[in-house]
Design a protein around this ligand. Sequence first.
Ligand SMILES: [Fe+2]
Length: 309
Amino acid sequence: MQLSQDKATAKPKSGGALTFQSLHPLFVAEASAIDLRTVEDQATLKQIHNALDEYAVVVFRDQPFRGDEQLKFAQRLDRNVNFNSTTAVFLGKGRLGYEGMIDVSNVTDKGEVWGANDRKRMSRMSNRLWHTDASFQDPAGRYSMLWAKTVPPVSAPTEFADMRAAYDALDDELKKKLEGMHAHHSSIRNKEILGFDLSLDQKDMEKLHTADHPLVRTIPRSNRRSLYIATHVTHILELPVPEGRMVLHELMEHATQRQFVFRHEWQQGDLVIWDNRATMHRRPPFDDLKYPRELVRVTTLDYPESAHA
Ligand SMILES: [Fe+2]
């Protein structure tokens, strides 16, 4: 799908209630006002799928989720929620109380901002590295839906990079070289890079994920080609390890140049949905020892398209 054709979806289609306003020259849109708790009709769900195919990141404002309403919406949108997150292996059961809802916060079980040496803080430090969710699983992550429950009074954004535009901008020779290559993704690679003390016994080690995926993917429906890399990658299967890591390093530098990056400044109640096959993301540093920041994430898995497709 070409960008020039995509402008057509700025108007409502499929009979749904939404419109979308572009926030960046390459990707990212903000949806018109809607309460996602009430969205059940196929026309509106299809509009959201179409917007994700086009923009890869879509912002919904003012979502008043309670309990498991965010999880329920995720299941209506994309059915196969990831209930097998590795977060629980590192940090134990989350404080939210619902399987599939991941606590992305700097707050302890007692409701206090974490301390400097908190194990959860050390584990979450890897969110500051560029990645795409659940790339170490097979099927990997498809959509992530991150909801802002508590937003600090200082800038504490999430950054996204458009991996379709990054792929398009590669020269033809490199595109040809990458064709047919596969990357090995590991759920602990990003933590090893930072020297995180895993302290896992054999039983927990067996719960950790690894998966091999093509380095370049074609996203169904939009048919756009996308670079599929992340800090979770340990090596490229078809290359010697040092050469593969250099290729990855150079691709990562290329794909995260400013022209491919959007910075989302959170407002309380935002739900941001992104396509993990088309983007990477990271959380830049903020004063996380001072201000509470509470986000909740639900991720779906990239099973073959469901009836919503
Ligand atoms: Fe993430």
